[in-house]
Design a protein around this ligand. Structure first.
Ligand code: ZN
Length: 249
């Protein structure tokens, strides 16, 4: 029997029996964790309210054995709220749809339960904090998060230098399959020719240059959205439901 603490972001919750929930969290030290919270649906307890999606919490887990897949799930025995980001996210449609796509992506990018992924965890905390603060357009916050998640996963796209031969950018062509920007000699069938402004925007989102990103025109933001979405879907086997929802909204 082990008792351990960790802090994490609540990714989603599922009903379990009459009054309990299974909580899925992305934690700092243990990666993605599923745990049972007992009695949280019976009353409007503070315990239950803290374990809602988008919440940043400090949790005490009680495990009766291995936390690896196939063993009984650990229990959440105590929680302390760190930041209830959900309060400023669920009340705004744009923030809510962008935030939901961020939670889903974070789950998809952490395939294995119990395997630490500190970089992905820090990206999610930072992304939700920015989203909740409302200082940048939700679609830009989402795209910045998606691009950085791809980079952390080892799929960093190039938006300037040629992804194949390294020719210094800007380069005219773009191919999802080739890894981003490519030069005229390396272009492959299906390459597209994005506007230089859209590539500049995506580069700014990847590096955190918000002054450039915030100044982008709506049409370049839309074009950038499309490239990020195509790039993400190339690397994930199936599309993200809520991501498509954001695009259609
Ligand atoms: Zn090249």
């Amino acid at each position: 029997m082990t008792l351990y603490r960790d802090d994490g972001i609540v990714l989603r919750t599922q009903k379990l029996g009459e009054a309990d929930r299974i909580i899925t969290l992305l934690t700092r030290g243990h990666g993605r964790v599923r745990a049972v919270a007992r009695g949280v649906r019976r009353t409007k307890s503070k315990f239950g309210a803290r374990l809602e999606p988008f919440s940043h919490v400090d949790v005490q887990f009680f495990s009766r054995g291995s936390t690896l897949v196939g063993r009984s799930l650990p229990l959440c025995t105590q929680t302390e709220g760190i930041s209830p980001y959900g309060q400023n996210i669920v009340t705004d449609y744009g923030r809510y749809t962008a935030g939901t796509a961020m939670l889903e992506t974070a789950e998809r990018f952490t395939d294995h339960e119990g395997e630490p992924n500190v970089q992905q965890y820090l990206l999610l905390v930072g992304g939700l904090r920015t989203l909740a603060a409302g200082s940048h357009a939700p679609g830009l916050v989402l795209d910045a998060f998606l691009l950085r998640s791809l980079a952390v996963g080892g799929y960093a796209p190039s938006f300037a230098d040629c992804a194949r031969c390294g020719l210094p950018g800007p380069n005219r062509f773009f191919s999802v399959a080739a890894g981003g920007s490519i030069c005229v000699d390396c272009r492959v069938p299906g390459s597209v020719v994005p506007s230089s402004e859209a590539l500049l925007l995506l580069g700014a989102l990847l590096t955190g240059d918000w002054a450039t990103a915030d100044a982008a025109e709506a049409r370049h933001v839309r074009e950038g959205n499309g490239l990020v979405s195509a790039y993400l879907h190339w690397h994930l086997e199936r599309g993200l439901r809520s991501l498509r929802f954001v695009r259609e909204a």
